[in-house]
Design a protein around this ligand. Structure first.
Ligand code: SF4
Length: 364
């Protein structure tokens, strides 16, 4: 059951969200145990492959160029450095690597070619590869799928109504289109939202309703608590209560029994007990590692200790779908062919006595 028909209206979802907390957790835990192994929690790592300088105006995001935050912009990482960090994440128990680039949209340029190579290389490490690169067209989605991409993340963030208060540089429908493009290419969809941005409870369940209205709901739904960063328009937003996170996780679990609910940003503000209730209520994944793109996150060791105490087991990769097979990329192969031809022509010219002209600089 991908979508729970009992809760497919806003009223029903609202009623569910507002149920007495322990009743809600119990219902969520019961559903979770029907569809998932309740001891397994996936550890995922989120790596910022291109940081800052984004032209968008998402009100919560320290990477938007227009806000004055402490985030230091850096250009795209090299494929080698991504592979090294992926190996490190894998050695620490992560079975999924999510690569994030602060772009408005994917452009068909050299940087995208590098991302395609990163996807191939990380897939070769037997990790699930997820990307979050902004808006994406169908062709680009196909290229990523062909490279071995397992999941594409693109969040709706909140309800259609509240979205406008947070972002003005792109529409809700643009987001739905990107999700659809990833879906059409056969990539699994990871899409969720953020709570604590000043939205009403109606907006939280409104976002869930948007997912319910999709032909196929997201395979995974990350639930984030806002990390209010100085310099962003949401810097003064008060942190949410831990109960709100538990309610949101439980409501999402019940509404989408098969999806993986991901307990994402905001864990540093949660006690282990509150996180335990989230796992009880159906959270099946956390982000591991001390950074979530640019905001703080618990250290690997703290999470290992929490797993030991709670009796949780890191989930192996590809439990929810087959490992994609990385195919050669036409554009990259063509580039390699041209480079080899140029090298050959140069060697031939050398053998025939050609030597490149020396440029002599004349001192004045
Ligand atoms: S959330 Fe993404 S699209 Fe929005 S400003 Fe940040 S990096 Fe840009």
């Amino acid at each position: 059951m991908k979508v729970n028909p009992t809760y497919n209206t806003k009223e029903a979802l609202l009623k569910l969200y507002n149920k007495p907390l322990l009743e809600l957790v119990f219902e969520a835990a019961t559903i979770h145990r029907q569809y998932h192994n309740s001891r397994e929690v996936q550890m995922s790592s989120l790596l910022s492959i291109k940081t800052g300088g984004c032209p968008e105006d998402c009100g919560y995001c320290p990477q938007a160029a227009r806000y004055h935050t402490d985030v230091e912009a850096h250009k795209l990482l090299t494929v080698e450095s991504v592979v090294e960090q992926a190996k490190n994440a894998k050695a620490n128990g992560s079975s999924r690597l999510c690569m994030g680039a602060a772009w408005r949209e994917v452009r068909d340029n050299r940087d995208f070619d590098s991302v395609v190579e990163m996807v191939q290389a990380v897939n070769d490490l037997d990790m699930e590869v997820c990307c979050t690169l902004g808006m994406l067209n169908e062709e680009q989605a196909k290229r990523l799928k062909n490279a071995g991409l397992f999941a594409y993340n693109h969040n709706l963030d909140s309800s259609r109504e509240f979205y406008k208060d947070i972002i003005s540089t792109r529409e809700y429908d643009n987001r739905l289109e990107t999700i659809e493009n990833a879906r059409k290419a056969g990539i699994t969809v990871c899409s969720g939202g953020i709570i604590g941005m000043g939205e009403a409870v109606e907006d939280r369940v409104g976002m869930l309703l948007s997912y319910m209205e999709m032909e196929t709901p997201p395979d995974s739904i990350p639930i984030n608590a806002l990390v209010a960063v100085e310099g962003t328009p949401l810097q003064d937003q008060k942190p949410i209560e831990q109960w709100e996170m538990i309610r949101m996780v439980a409501t999402t679990r019940i509404a989408f029994p098969q999806s993986v609910v991901r307990l994402s940003a905001g864990r540093t503000k949660m006690s282990m007990e509150a996180q335990a209730l989230c796992f009880m209520a159906g959270a099946g994944s956390i982000f591991a590692g001390d950074k979530l793109l640019t905001t703080p996150n618990p250290e690997f060791n703290e999470d290992k200790e929490m797993f030991n105490i709670l009796g949780l087991i890191p989930k192996e990769p590809f439990q929810d779908g087959e490992k994609p097979v990385s195919q050669p990329d036409v554009i990259i192969e063509e580039k390699k062919k041209k480079a080899a031809e140029r090298q050959l022509a140069l060697e031939k010219a050398r053998q025939e006595g050609f030597s490149p002209r020396k440029v002599v600089s004349v001192e004045k």
